[in-house]
Ligand binder design. Structure first.
Ligand code: FE
Length: 229
């Protein structure tokens, strides 16, 4: 089997959010699919180790925020490479509570969907969850981010809990030029050809020329957490 073939499936980039009592949590996901039209139902697949997974099974409600191409890596890092068991991911995030009481992230959100859990399916490491859409709205006319755009243009990686994560393959999508450094925490690769637009670092800036206060644009790890690739 050639695992690269699986990379050709198209995905988007979403923040799935839910609640437990008055606590909120959310996570990045690349799998949100409309599965029926009457009624409108969507399916998501979440890793069993993720806190949002447990919150949805408990509260039976969740939201999906469809991110725009302009969504910064810091937002993706906040929801994708940190755990709600250690940090409140909704700190300094613009959100609202939906009709079900589920939190809905509004930062860099093109549209949102809010759903009630109708069914689940155990698929090993993940649970597929099907929800009936209770509310949905369009927040902006910006282009939604595709997973391909996230990988190619923004240099994003898959966290190990993503359904599409493939150990050993992450990083092969960056172009092989210049001395690249990889974040030990989240797998982000600093490519001097691209620089770090999030932090105003110009293309062509060598890793060693980055300021000591520079941090990983995804997970905020310090510069000494990077290894030469
Ligand atoms: Fe990182």
């Amino acid at each position: 089997m050639n695992p690269i073939a699986l990379y050709k499936i198209s995905y988007g980039l979403y923040i799935i959010s839910s609640k437990s009592g008055d606590k909120y949590n959310g996570q990045i996901a690349n799998t949100v699919n409309q599965v029926t039209a009457t009624p409108e139902q969507i399916a998501i697949a979440l890793n069993k180790e993720n806190l949002t997974h447990d919150y949805i099974l408990e509260s039976k409600v969740f939201s999906a925020s469809i991110l725009s191409q302009e969504a910064p890596m810091s937002l993706i890092g906040q929801f994708g490479f940190k755990t709600g068991r250690e940090v409140n991911k909704f700190t300094n995030i613009e959100y609202k509570l939906g009709q079900t009481g589920a939190p809905i992230v509004l930062d860099h959100t093109v549209t949102f969907l809010e759903a009630e859990l109708m069914n689940t399916m155990d698929v090993g490491t993940h649970t597929i969850m099907v929800g009936k859409v209770i509310d949905a709205d369009v927040m902006s006319q910006a282009e939604p981010m595709t997973y391909a755009y996230y990988h190619w243009v923004k240099g994003g990686k898959s966290p190990k809990n993503a359904p599409t994560y493939q150990a050993g393959l992450e990083g092969e999508t960056t172009q092989a030029t210049g001395e690249k450094y990889k974040c030990q925490i989240c797998g982000y690769i600093y490519d001097p050809v691209k620089g770090d637009p999030e932090h105003g670092v110009d293309p062509g800036t060598a890793f060693n020329d980055l300021h000591d206060s520079w941090v990983c644009p995804i997970c905020s790890a310090a510069k000494d957490k990077f290894d030469l690739v």
